[in-house]
Design a protein around this ligand. Structure first.
Ligand code: HEM
Length: 381
């Protein structure tokens, strides 16, 4: 039993080991733009001090009452008027960036609320599906012989992507919800340390995520081009809802193709917005994207300040990330407890012959035609 599990998990372990090297290697060569861990604690203290009992102790500076010129001036500042500064960073000329309030309200309001509903919702749906349908079994029972489903490099690419994604998901969700959920449990010091290391992991694992994404794109794109069998598969709900229903599929069925394209397009989009966040103010992309979208009759704003670009990048990054987390939870369910025999495909790379015939019948036939069909006795558990 132990040998079998070791061989099944050796590739996932290898992917984790590579990740560890990537993380610690790159941490050693910390890039200053990525090392900003937030605000300088001294600055935070000063700001908090000035909030509590600042120089004006809560009063609006200037002789506002009865002095309409000054109150008008403050009104302009509040509206985000840009003044002049002598330091190189001209953004500092804006004292109050009003859109920041909209961004904060949206991030801490609808974005956080709907995201948690979405994640909780998919967990409930999967639990109900499991209760009603149960585990999808191999209808014909195990054949006792296995064939190769994914080679070592395919499994390496998958696990590089998967492990990176899961670490990015946990550390990203901590950025969004940690202060509400984790902070009260572990206390401020531990939360600070966890979040700081989480931020480093989030920054650096983005590179292994992008590498994993590129690997699966190159390896599997040809197998994910839609074909006529996909419509039959979709019409039969993939045979997921009834026993003894096995619509034909090649290497990937229509459901897997949908997942593949969601991961590729969502992953690309999240990578671009993440890149923009990783190197602040250096890669604005929303104004240009909006210009392109406007060609199709939309009226999106194309004059965005550098700060608005960052705020949009953050919102878009979070929305797509949460969407992918929801999709991937469904995928992890089917790849583990949801379907008998599925995990082996990515664990050892060998799948039971009857599993393969039931879920990917046309692929088995293709393997036979290519002379790539060498069933082996299943290793003893
Ligand atoms: C614990 C986590 C995960 C498990 C157990 C898992 C399991 C699997 C399995 C068993 C397969 C092969 C299915 C088959 O043979 O037909 C697969 C394929 C795939 N996985 Fe994962 N996976 C995980 C996480 C992820 C993540 C995080 C991503 C992407 C961000 C991902 C993307 C894919 C893609 C694109 C495929 C090919 C299409 C498909 O088979 O659905 N996986 N995974």
């Amino acid at each position: 039993m132990s040998r079998n599990w070791i061989s099944r998990l050796s590739v996932p372990f290898a992917a984790v080991a590579v990740l560890a090297v990537v993380v610690f290697g790159t941490l050693a060569a910390t890039h200053p733009a990525m090392a900003q861990s937030g605000l300088d604690p001294k600055l935070v203290q000063e700001l908090q001090g000035s909030n509590a009992a600042g120089p004006q102790a809560g009063n609006v500076p200037g002789n506002v009452e009865g002095n309409s010129a000054i109150s008008e001036q403050w009104r302009e500042i509040r509206r985000g008027v840009q003044g002049t500064v002598s330091i190189p960073d001209k953004k500092a000329g804006v004292l109050v960036q009003s859109e920041g309030e909209n961004w904060r309200n949206f991030r801490n309001g609808p974005l956080s609320t709907y995201s948690i509903w979405g994640i909780a919702g998919i967990i409930v749906v999967l639990a109900l599906f499991f209760l009603i349908r149960g585990r999808i079994r191999i209808d014909a029972g195990k054949a006792g012989t296995t064939i190769t489903r994914f080679d070592t490099f395919e499994r390496f690419g998958h696990w590089l992507l998967a492990v990176s994604f899961m670490v990015l998901a946990f550390t990203g969700l901590n950025i969004l919800y940690g202060r509400y959920w984790l902070l009260p449990v572990v206390g401020a010091d531990a939360f600070g340390a966890i979040t700081l290391w989480g931020k480093y992991l989030h920054n650096y694992l983005s590179f292994s995520f992008m590498l994993g994404l590129a690997i699966i794109l190159v390896m599997w794109i040809v197998h994910n081009i839609p074909n006529r069998y996909d419509l039959i598969w979709l019409a039969k709900g993939g045979g997921m809802f009834t026993k003894n229903s096995h619509p034909p599929a090649k290497k990937f069925n229509a459901g897997q193709k949908i997942l593949f394209w969601l991961v590729i397009l969502g992953g690309l989009s999240i990578s671009l917005s993440g890149w923009s966040l990783l190197f602040p103010f250096e890669y604005p992309m929303f104004a240009k994207t909006f210009e392109i979208i406007n060609v199709f009759g939309f009226d999106l704003p194309t004059q965005l300040t550098a700060m608005e670009e960052m705020q949009l990048a953050q919102l878009w990054h979070a929305i797509v990330a949460v969407f992918l987390v929801i999709v991937i939870l469904g995928h992890i369910y089917i790849g583990t407890i949801g379907m008998e025999g599925a995990f082996d495909a990515m664990g050892s790379g060998q799948v039971d012959l009857n599993w393969a015939k039931e879920h990917h019948g046309l692929w088995v036939e293709e393997k036979k035609e290519r002379d790539d069909f060498n069933p082996k006795p299943e290793p003893a558990e």
